[in-house]
Design a protein. Structure first.
Length: 210
């Protein structure tokens, strides 16, 4: 019997599936219920006409019970399944999944660590600010003589706050002769105070020009 009578021709397969490539044709045939379609060792798509007609008639179950003839090869086992290549691909997929999971855990750990590091940094900045504030407060107490006019000192600080609110620019009360200068140390008294903008105060720092 001629092979064209046993199998669907290439044109028939192309017309049936709408595809030209055998791989795409095979997928489409399996979707449509032609499960005995397969590709031979040469890569050619094989769909037996008897199987095709049985599926079209809706009695594929009865046809499946028939014994294959010498001219047909049904349920041909896939050479890929269980092969070394298949095992290699499986190991690669497992390795990729493991790497993805490890990367996810690393990202989560980094996010948690970043949050904790931000909290620690904030606490360190707060501690540093408190340290310098306490140090400066202590120096003021040491540099404040008993004869200092505390009312006038408070007035100067109040004036600096008022100027900041009115101008919209921060104003600081600066010691003309720094409390902790390099060569000279001043006193925390009313006649050693002046009001400067924050930028001017930063530029002056603890320097004093006689």
């Amino acid at each position: 019997m001629h092979s064209a009578e046993i199998e669907l021709s290439r044109d028939e397969l192309r017309s049936l599936t709408g595809y030209r490539r055998p791989a795409e044709q095979l997928i489409e045939l399996h979707k449509r219920g032609f499960h005995r379609a397969y590709r031979n060792a040469a890569g050619r798509l094989i769909l037996e006409r008897a199987h095709y007609e049985a599926v079209c008639r809706g009695n594929y179950g009865e046809q499946a019970e028939e014994k294959p003839t010498n001219n047909t090869v049904w349920n041909q086992p896939s050479k890929y399944k269980g092969s070394g290549l298949a095992k290699y691909h499986a190991s690669q997929r497992e390795a990729a999944a493991a790497r993805e999971e490890e990367a996810k855990k690393t990202a989560e750990a980094w996010a948690l660590g970043a949050e904790q590091r931000a909290k620690d940094a904030k606490q360190q900045r707060r501690s540093l600010v408190l340290f310098h504030a306490n140090k400066r407060r202590t120096e003021k107490l040491k540099r404040t003589p008993s004869w200092a006019n505390h009312s006038e000192i408070k007035r100067i600080y109040a004036e600096a706050r008022s100027m900041s609110e009115m101008a919209g620019v921060a104003h600081h009360v600066d010691h003309i002769v720094p409390l902790q200068g390099r060569n000279v140390c001043g006193l925390h008294v009313e006649n050693n105070l002046q009001i400067l903008t924050s930028s001017e105060n930063v530029r002056k720092s603890n320097k004093f020009q006689a």
